[in-house]
Design a protein. Structure first.
Length: 225
């Protein structure tokens, strides 16, 4: 079991900035979610951080109930304070079952790469999803990404938990072994990529384009009906 944390990283100010930084990606995720009855859906956000994704999802595609779960207690408290009148709950927990059972849709953005035990994660998702439910997990943090080795070192320097080194096949295999049907797409292949300049993660604009176009993946894990 993973202990609860105050914050994910030693850079909490950067965590607060993730809502603005990730909003364009979250919008692409919301467009890609293929769930026919969203208004009646129960939605689970795995690794919700400060709650921005669920708020945006409800504003753009209203759903019946949403629950966010995260290890970082301070982030969860901020998420709860910001939910307004939306039908959202946020929970600090290290097991998904704490959020309840019977979810139609589960989602995560750049969370699955931090899961040390993928088999256990897949089993937990199977427990909380309804039969026929789907888990959409988006990540570019995997060992098939040519920039990952450098990224992993940087992330580990400020992360409060160990950063694993999973491949695309590792992720897919864990969920196939748990009985899910597994599909994946190059998530941002057709999206305009904001070119905001070079930084420690993107040495050049072409590398940013290549990374998002080819290595930012959306997995869809569907529990058998």
């Amino acid at each position: 079991m993973t202990q609860l944390l105050k914050t994910w990283t030693s850079r909490p100010a950067e965590e607060s900035g993730m809502t603005d930084e990730h909003a364009w990606i979250w919008r692409e995720m919301i467009r890609a979610i293929d769930w026919p009855e969203m208004r009646t859906a129960r939605v689970l956000d795995i690794g919700c951080n400060q709650g921005g994704f669920l708020r945006l999802l409800h504003d753009l595609k209203p759903f019946a109930k949403g629950v966010g779960v995260d290890l970082a207690a301070e982030a969860v408290a901020l998420a709860d304070a910001r939910k307004g009148e939306r039908p959202l709950d946020y929970i600090a927990a290290d097991r998904l079952a704490a959020a309840g059972l019977g979810f139609d849709v589960a989602l995560s953005h750049e969370v699955i790469y931090l899961i040390g035990d993928l088999a256990d994660h897949a089993a937990q998702v199977a427990d909380v999803l309804k039969p026929g439910g789907s888990y959409y997990a988006v990540t570019c943090c995997h060992s098939d990404n040519p920039l990952w080795a450098g990224w992993r070192q940087r992330i580990q320097a400020f992360s409060h938990i160990p950063v694993p080194d999973h491949s695309v096949s590792d992720i897919a295999s864990a969920f196939r072994d748990a009985g899910f049907s597994v599909a994946a797409s190059r998530f941002l292949a057709d999206a305009p990529i904001p070119l905001t300049g070079i930084n420690d993660y993107f040495p050049t604009d072409p590398e940013r384009i290549d990374l998002y176009t080819n290595w930012k993946l959306m997995f869809r894990f569907t529990r058998p009906a």
